[in-house]
Design a protein around this ligand. Structure first.
Ligand SMILES: [Zn+2]
Length: 406
């Protein structure tokens, strides 16, 4: 189905184009739903190469997962290497009939840029490029005080197996160092400048399976009903707080996401009951210690049960220091406000980057991320590009006094 859009979308830039809005629109026009790229990384690469970035595509595939394309771009050969990190993949638009715009058109209307990925996080990637272009342009060719790099994956919204983690490993294997990293995830709850993320809670998914013996509900003594035992386990878990927070983290939380028996019969005691939990935990715990804690709670109830746990990321913190100060100063310089340093919210690829260098996150307001009619303020795109440029200025100034700056 074709539709007419009042404001024509500019062609994909193939020359130095410091206009972050034009690049953000071009990126949104690539329907890069994980794991498809649909030209998103090529669009980005074509905007970086004229600036002098050496661009390297890294494609990773693992059995059972779709191959994923990633882009690592770097300008400069010296330390310190400041890295902007992010992802060009997006979540599916869902039911398109619910959208008031085409999710992959990059429409600008009412002072906002609309489309899947506008907030999470194609506008931020466009701002990386604009900031780098302006920073390099202002200094003149050959006067790079270190290196700027972009690590952009096509596998963040999916399993995140063939993305950032593998790019980082490859860089480390060849001795390439990243000294500090800013991830462009949408970190602001509603207004640009509100919040910088300096860490993230860990996340663990658990499944408790309680087995009993099936039987007739009129003869319960001949059966072993797993439901009351599962309920007692859940009460034991729910009734015990994990902690009451730490200096930079909110209290850890166990959230029950599903309880399933699947029994349609009114006169049958089922043989199995399961519960699914998601635990968001702070820096007092690890995935292993949470699993042990859950096991202890269930075992105290007794009977046969199975507990399976999968930790998708440990809690981590880049303590307030040079990097968060540089980012906060840049935010304050452009917006006039003091951002909160927070560890709230979900996980991001920063959970892999933290193993290599200090990492903070700052991007667009995220209130429409993953939603129908995802959109961002055009004025915020302009401001974010200026913030990222100020981050580069601040970082390389700081690194002159404190090599390598972190
Ligand atoms: Zn994201």
């Amino acid at each position: 189905m074709s539709r007419t859009v009042a404001n024509a979308v500019p062609a994909i830039p193939d020359s130095p184009d410091p206009d972050p809005l034009a690049l953000a629109r071009a990126l949104i026009r690539c329907p890069s739903v994980t794991p498809d790229d649909e030209g998103a990384l090529g669009t980005l690469q074509r905007s970086l190469e004229p600036l002098g970035f050496a661009c390297e595509r890294m494609t990773f595939a693992e059995e059972g997962t779709a191959p994923v394309e990633n882009l690592y771009a770097r300008i400069g050969g010296e330390a310190p290497n400041f890295c902007f990190a992010g992802h060009t993949d997006v979540v599916p638009p869902g039911d398109r009939a619910l959208w008031t715009v085409d999710p992959f058109e990059g429409e600008v209307r009412d002072g906002r840029l609309w489309g899947r990925g506008a907030a999470d996080m194609k506008a931020a990637i466009a701002c990386f490029v604009a900031a780098a272009a302006r920073f390099l342009g202002a200094r003149g060719a050959g006067r790079m005080p270190g290196s700027i790099s972009l690590l952009i994956t096509g596998d963040e919204e999916g399993p995140a197996v063939n993305g950032t983690r593998k790019v980082l490993r490859r860089l480390a294997e060849r001795g390439e160092t990243i000294d500090a990293c800013l991830v462009g995830e949408p970190t602001n709850p509603s207004a640009l400048g509100e919040m910088i993320k300096i860490g993230r809670r860990g996340s663990l998914n658990a499944v408790i399976t309680v087995d009993g013996v099936q039987g007739h509900s009129a003869y319960p003594h001949l059966a072993d009903n797993p439901i009351p035992r599962l309920v007692r386990m859940l009460v034991a878990i729910d009734g015990t707080p994990l902690d009451d927070g730490t200096p930079h983290f909110q209290p850890s939380a166990v959230v029950m996401t599903s309880v399933d028996v699947g029994n349609r019969a009114t006169n049958v005691i089922p043989s199995r009951a399961t519960a699914h939990l998601n635990v968001r935990f702070n820096d007092r715990h690890t995935g292993d210690s949470i699993a042990a804690w859950l096991h202890e709670r269930c075992a105290a109830v007794g009977g046969r049960f199975e507990l399976s746990c999968e930790c998708s990321g440990e809690a981590f913190l880049t303590p307030p220091g040079p990097l968060s100060r540089v980012v906060a100063d840049a935010v304050r310089k452009v917006t006039g406000g003091q951002p909160e340093l927070s560890t709230s919210g979900g996980t991001s690829d920063a959970r892999f980057i933290k193993d290599y260098c200090p990492v903070c996150e700052f991007g667009m307001p995220g209130e429409t991320a993953h939603k129908v009619d995802e959109s961002v303020n055009v004025a915020d795109i302009d401001a974010l590009a200026r913030i990222y440029e100020a981050v580069l200025q601040g970082f390389f100034e700081e690194s002159r006094c404190r090599p390598p700056a972190t």
